[in-house]
Design a binder for this molecule. Structure first.
Ligand SMILES: NC(=O)c1ccc[n+]([C@@H]2O[C@H](COP(=O)([O-])OP(=O)(O)OC[C@H]3O[C@@H](n4cnc5c(N)ncnc54)[C@H](OP(=O)(O)O)[C@@H]3O)[C@@H](O)[C@H]2O)c1
Length: 235
């Protein structure tokens, strides 16, 4: 059984991962902005044993909420061995941005990069103590190559990818394994905002949950660092 901290589990990929891991019998601590948002969903706390599920307030833009979330998780479960980062925002701000776009660029970096760094940093000692720690990060194909002109989003994801590589190096001897999942389009609210691809032709959030579940089950010596998946052909 793993004890898993998951950000961005109010919907989309994070929600699917949280649901799948709960069904698998793991203990889950989720961090979401609006505690009401999971009521009536597949992870509605009323439908799961209290000892299995903790729902915390977490806003990536709030300086203190990651600290409180990690503390609450330790107070409830005593320890945790897995951190899955699914929170993220899309930004369409291009390379030739307008002055008024600067705030959005900073917010995009704060949510997609700095907040994840902070959460990983706060979790680090707990993951070391588990002696079998895992960090999974939803990066993106946009963190591997820049397609079109999504300068703010893509740059934040490249920075995140670099962080994943650093964490992989730093965690190796401590028995922490890091995986960066890099999908192209996944059928969620985020993709809806920007892709005209038919939903059924996109990767599905359940597919990402399946990949994540496999990563968590693999022995330490076989955990992949990077999983890149394209739903459509790219040169
Ligand atoms: N969908 C795709 O095509 C795709 C492709 C590649 C990578 N990804 C990455 O996969 C991850 C999950 O995306 P998704 O497709 O599941 O998108 P989504 O449905 O839009 O979900 C995004 C999640 O991030 C949370 N979030 C946003 N801002 C936050 C903040 N300030 N503090 C805390 N949580 C915040 C949202 O919570 P709220 O409900 O509070 O807004 C939501 O739970 C993201 O990092 C995304 O960049 C997605």
């Amino acid at each position: 059984m793993r004890t898993i901290v998951i950000s961005g589990a109010s919907r989309g990929i994070g929600l699917n991962i949280a649901h799948r891991e709960l069904k698998a019998g793991n203990r889950i601590s989720i961090g979401i902005r609006d505690l009401e948002s999971v009521k009536g969903s597949v992870i509605d706390p009323n439908n799961w044993p209290k000892e299995k599920l903790l729902i915390n307030k977490y806003d990536a833009l709030d300086k203190f909420s990651a600290i409180e979330w990690v503390e609450n998780t330790i107070n409830k479960f005593g320890s945790f061995d897995t951190l899955i980062n699914c929170s993220g925002v899309l930004s369409k701000v291009p390379f030739l941005y307008k002055d008024r776009d600067e705030e959005e660029i900073v917010n995009t970096f704060n949510i997609n990069f700095l907040a994840i760094w902070k959460l990983c940093r706060l979790s680090w000692e707990h993951l070391i103590q588990s002696n079998n720690g895992r960090i999974v990060v939803l990066v993106s194909m946009s963190g591997k190559r820049s397609k079109g002109d999504l300068a703010a989003y893509s740059s934040s994801k490249f920075a995140l990818m670099s962080l994943c590589q650093t964490m992989k190096n730093k965690g190796w001897e401590e028995n922490i394994r890091v995986t960066a999942i890099c999908p192209s389009w996944v059928n969620t609210k985020m993709a809806e905002k920007i892709s005209s691809l038919e939903k059924s032709k996109m990767s599905q959030p359940e597919d990402i949950a399946e990949i994540c579940s496999t990563i968590l089950k693999l022995p330490m010596q076989s955990v992949p660092f990077e999983i890149a998946l394209n739903c459509n052909y790219e040169i």
